[in-house]
Design a binder for this molecule. Structure first.
Ligand SMILES: Nc1ncnc2c1ncn2[C@@H]1O[C@H](COP(=O)(O)OP(=O)(O)OP(=O)(O)O)[C@@H](O)[C@H]1O
Length: 627
């Protein structure tokens, strides 16, 4: 991605600077469609503030806060502002945590109250005569766990934050942080004053997906901290992907509303598609499209936008390959067939399972995702789930070093993360090294054999002292399992995880380290790619009910709940899927290829043609691919 900071000014940039130059500065909301340069305007605003107010803010030890959604977006914004230390760019979770972590007693009180809430809920379920008898032992076990958790938590001095919550280990998950901090901001003037004193300017990117609680807490800050605090939201209601998101942010009296009518990212063909998708929602129609300099003129880029309707059978992976081959030929662009990062081909999937199947970690994914509690599920997406951490951070890098015969790296990893980091490792160091070296060779052998299970790898790593087992893991590894642990909701998923083939960990590692050309449709907000392939496959996406392309295109029947939601004017599967589709298609800088796998090709094709998003000649099927 090219740097956004040097882009020419638009009227919106001029208006925004005027709002920021007011004394006190005016709060504002910037609302505009995909690719309109909202993030670009945000970056330019940061640079403007750094130029005009940097000295004063630095002298007072203050920073400009900028909150965005993903780590990728954080890194992009940071690098676009030249890593200016004046700008505190972070995800919402780490921002909220940085604010709250000095208030450890308040955190503990909040956690204890949450455990009480859960206890009350389960006690009520237990007492309810309608509760099934078979559920009672699970409820009893949960009540015992909560009691134990409460005892432990009452004595905890420090809490940290991780992806999934684990109160008994003092870990607050993402979901806890977004509830806890807005609640405390609303309650405590001290916290509001602290926030405004530390960050007199606060920008929220992707504001449509920020929770209403946090938005309201920020409104309260703006109302109660006196003058000087400046709040700015950048968002697009049509790009709201998360059900918990606020959508459109209504400006308050005195706030400035800034709009941007252009789209600078998409070529003409793609622009027509996204304008048609949006015509069925709020009707916002963008103008301009991406241009390229030819001689002394800016010429619109034409680009391509096609949809392939293909049978949902066991040949999906082959067909995706055929689509890429076709695009390489018809667009005269061999990069469509390349998996290299700089070819910039991005495949967008609805659920990670679709990538998991193609990249070879279906069992691992299913074990820690399907029917797993949030403490496991939430961290599967980014590799932070606790059972995966020893592999991602330590064992797999160690084996990679063994495979590369990189002795220096092997010793470095053993020293930083392995047994050599333990100051208690005494004795003959040469002998220890030799023994550990032999163990790493065996570890490599195990992690190369498709018949080895995750359990076997872990057991070997522990026995050979390569890995120090933590108490949480050993409870699940134990044979036989302690009956109390069997009722732990993490136990069934952990049993399935331990039985998964260990070689699947490699495919998984590629996935989370962004070495694969897959991303989820929800995860690409804010990003852009030259070549975008959107995979629509309701069958592979089953297990989630939020999105359905079949329902969106009118080929799958709506459920009773869908019809009720629509009748009540609530956000329904149709609107949610439309917004997701809009986000995906609007990522394309050059070519867009939508690949839809369906049980009934002819019917779907007819429905898509009728919808008119794509030109007739751009609605294709397997005949085009010559299969
Ligand atoms: N004023 C401009 N002139 C030319 N190109 C621009 C301008 N503003 C932005 N762009 C380019 O348009 C593309 C989209 O910009 P940006 O990512 O800031 O948009 P956005 O509104 O945040 O997008 P989205 O909401 O879809 O994530 C980028 O490639 C950016 O470099």
């Amino acid at each position: 991605m090219t740097s956004r900071i040097g882009k020419p000014d638009t009227q919106a940039d001029v208006d925004l600077r005027a709002a920021l130059d007011q004394r006190p500065p005016t709060n504002f909301v910037m609302i505009a469609g995909a690719g309109s340069g909202k993030t670009t305007s945000l970056i330019k605003a940061l640079a403007h503030l750094s130029r005009t107010r940097g000295k004063e803010l630095r002298m007072r030890g203050q920073q400009i806060a900028c909150i965005t959604y993903t780590d990728i977006a954080v890194n992009e914004i940071r690098s676009d502002v030249g890593n200016d230390p004046l700008c505190h760019v972070s995800t919402i979770h780490s921002f909220l945590w940085s604010l709250i972590h000095p208030f450890q007693t308040d955190i503990r009180d909040w956690v204890l109250a949450r455990i009480d809430e859960k206890t009350a809920k389960e006690t009520e379920r237990f007492a309810n005569p309608k509760t099934r008898k078979t559920s009672l032992p699970g409820i009893e076990a949960a009540l015992i766990r909560y009691r134990q958790q409460k005892e432990i938590v009452a004595g905890l001095e420090r809490f940290t934050y991780g992806t999934g919550s684990d109160f008994a280990h003092g870990v607050l998950g993402h979901a806890d942080i977004v509830k806890l901090v807005p609640a405390l901001i609303e309650q405590k003037q001290l916290l509001r004053d602290l926030l405004a004193a530390r960050y007199p300017v606060l920008f929220v990117d992707e504001s449509q997906d920020t929770t209403p609680d946090f938005i309201n807490a920020l409104r309260t800050v703006a109302q109660t901290v006196g003058h000087g605090f400046c709040l700015g939201f950048f968002g697009d209601p049509m790009q709201k992907i998360y059900t918990a998101g606020a959508g459109a942010i209504a400006p308050e009296e005195g706030w400035t509303e800034i709009r941007k009518p252009e789209n600078f990212r998409c070529p003409q063909r793609v622009l027509k598609v996204i304008n048609s998708i949006r015509a069925e929602d709020d009707g916002l129609k963008q103008v301009r499209g991406r241009t390229t300099r030819v001689g002394d003129q800016d010429v619109p880029v034409e680009g391509t936008a096609r949809i392939f309707v293909l049978p949902a059978d066991e040949h999906r992976t082959v067909r995706v390959g055929q689509v890429r081959k076709y695009l390489a030929q018809v667009n005269d662009d061999p990069l469509w067939e390349s998996d290299q990062k700089d070819a910039d081909v991005q495949t967008l999937v609805v659920v990670h399972r679709m990538a998991a199947t193609r990249l070879g970690f279906p069992n691992l994914y299913a074990s820690l995702n399907d029917d797993a509690p949030d403490s496991l599920k939430d961290g599967v997406v980014d590799g932070t789930a606790w059972p995966l951490r020893p592999f991602i951070n330590y064992l797999l890098p160690l084996v990679s070093a063994v495979r590369a015969s990189d002795e220096f790296e092997i010793v470095t990893i053993l020293r930083d993360k392995g047994p050599l980091s333990n100051p208690d490792t005494h004795g003959d160091i040469a002998e220890t090294l030799k023994r550990l070296h032999e163990a790493t060779v065996e570890l490599n052998r195990l992690l190369s054999n498709p018949k080895t299970t995750v359990r076997q790898v872990l057991s070997f790593a522990i026995v050979s002292t390569l890995l120090l087992v933590d108490e949480r893991m050993s409870r699940h590894l134990a044979v036989p399992v302690n009956p109390a642990d069997e009722l732990d909701p993490e136990h069934p998923p952990m049993t399935a995880f331990l039985a998964s083939p260990a070689t699947e960990l490699w495919g998984y590692r590629n996935y989370i380290e962004d070495l694969s050309p897959f991303a989820t449709q929800q995860g690409v907000k804010g990003a852009e790619f030259d070549r975008v392939m959107v995979l629509l496959d309701d069958e592979e996406g089953k297990g989630q009910t939020l999105f359905s392309y079949g329902k969106y295109f009118g080929i799958t029947e709506l459920s009773k709940t869908d019809n009720e939601n629509i009748a009540e004017g609530k956000d329904s599967v149709i609107e949610r899927t439309r917004r997701l589709f809009y986000v995906c298609c609007s990522r394309a800088v050059q070519d867009l290829a939508v690949v839809m796998f369906v049980p009934n090709v002819a019917e779907t094709k007819a429905a898509i043609v009728k919808r008119g998003f794509f030109r007739l000649e751009d609605v294709l099927d397997e005949e085009t691919l010559g299969s």
